[in-house]
Design a protein around this ligand. Structure first.
Ligand code: AHG
Ligand code: MN
Ligand code: MN
Length: 352
């Protein structure tokens, strides 16, 4: 038998908490509850191929009950795992428009949790990896039961962040600022076991870029030049990068975290802020990337320095191996130094 000890996520969280004698256990308990919700979601995701058979279609089933879609189901599981614990002053979810208050019948606490319950949900029918992303902040408002201000905090203030990837196995990866640690679900005993302690983005690692290149024609010139460069199409001496794009942010990010690489979701003429959400997607993954030795940027600077103005704010995202993200920032900066093209009086008069 191996001499390595088996560490459950519960044990890992408790050991980490011991380093803070003043800790009340509230924070550990939130992490544990998120891990519990992840197991519930993993179980449903495993049965997703049976959606039509079992009726998980978002429509009314034969009993006349409305059957939830998987992303709404995932939202509810997380909400219900956390609403009654007394540790939270509120939540925010990609699936809900406004700040989510704790029901009046439950006590409140000093943290808030923000989450993308099911990331990459359009992939679910095709049996492709999906995920859950979460972010934890300390309560900062004076409101006795919390308010939106508690969620609208810049990423560098996160006290923990993590994600779950429902792939060939289910993995939970999280950081509290003291290393990035990955756990794999052992389904037969229902426990997350420490499988990837102290994850670091390999450097030098693999040269991978992940982007929806179908949008090339809409991109700004700097983004186009960057991708041309990564492909070695600009006459540079470098060996081309490999392209890998799943279309599930969590899965694309996870692969690049383990192998090396950069995920991009740029701004373009149609979506000047890109597609991804700052608070539910970019900021938590940025915390993980940074604590694994990587970088996350909106193309101009660190994601986690952005002061959010609204819950569902979007941001361009460049995340992964530090030197690749810095290279992206340099290419994009060139666009900003180019003088805007002179616009002719005739063009203005013609309303162009
Ligand atoms: P969600 O399923 O939470 O709405 O997120 C989908 C996101 C993200 O997972 C992925 O990276 C991106 O959408 C893919 O977008 P495109 O289809 O535009 O490439
Ligand atoms: Mn998402
Ligand atoms: Mn989602």
């Amino acid at each position: 038998m191996s001499s390595k000890s088996v560490v459950t996520i519960e044990r890992h969280i408790i050991e980490a908490e011991r380093q803070f004698p003043e800790a009340t256990g509230a924070f550990s308990s939130i992490l544990y509850d998120v891990a519990f919700a992840a197991k519930m979601i993993a179980r449903e995701v495993r049965r997703a191929g049976l959606a039509d058979v079992l009726g998980y279609t978002g429509e009314v089933n034969v009993q006349g009950e409305e059957v939830k879609k998987l992303d709404e189901f995932a939202h509810e599981v997380i909400f219900k795992a956390l609403d009654h614990t007394g540790h939270l002053c509120g939540m925010a979810s990609e699936e809900v428009e406004d700040f989510i208050s704790i029901p009046d019948r439950f006590p409140t606490g000093k943290y808030c949790v923000l989450f993308d319950p099911l990331d990459g949900s359009s992939n679910i029918e095709a049996n492709v990896s999906v995920g859950t992303i979460f972010s934890i902040h300390r309560k900062v408002s004076d409101h006795p039961r919390g308010c939106v201000e508690d969620c609208l905090q810049p990423g560098y203030k996160q006290v923990a962040a993590g994600y779950v990837v429902y792939g060939s196995s289910t993995m939970l990866v999280y950081t509290t600022g003291n290393g990035v640690h990955g756990f794999t679900l052992e389904p037969s005993i229902g426990e997350f076991l420490l499988s990837h302690p102290n994850i670091r983005i390999p450097s030098p690692g693999q040269r991978i870029y992940s982007v929806n290149e179908g949008n090339y024609g809409k991109w700004f010139p700097g983004q186009q030049r960057l991708v041309d460069h990564l492909k070695g199409q600009d006459g540079g001496p470098q060996k081309p990068f490999s392209a890998r794009y799943i279309g599930s942010l969590v899965a694309d990010f996870h692969r690049n975290l383990l192998y090396g690489g950069m995920f991009m979701y740029p701004a373009d003429a149609k979506s000047p802020n890109g597609k991804l959400r700052l608070l539910y997607e970019a900021a938590p993954l940025a915390m993980i990337a940074e604590h694994a030795g990587g970088r996350a940027s909106d193309g101009t600077g660190p994601i986690n320095q952005i002061m959010p103005r609204s819950l569902h704010q979007r941001t361009p995202l460049y995340i992964g191996t530090t030197e690749f993200v810095q290279m992206a920032e340099q290419f994009l900066a060139e666009d900003r130094t180019v003088e805007p093209e002179a616009v002719s009086i005739e063009a203005i008069a013609a309303g162009v």
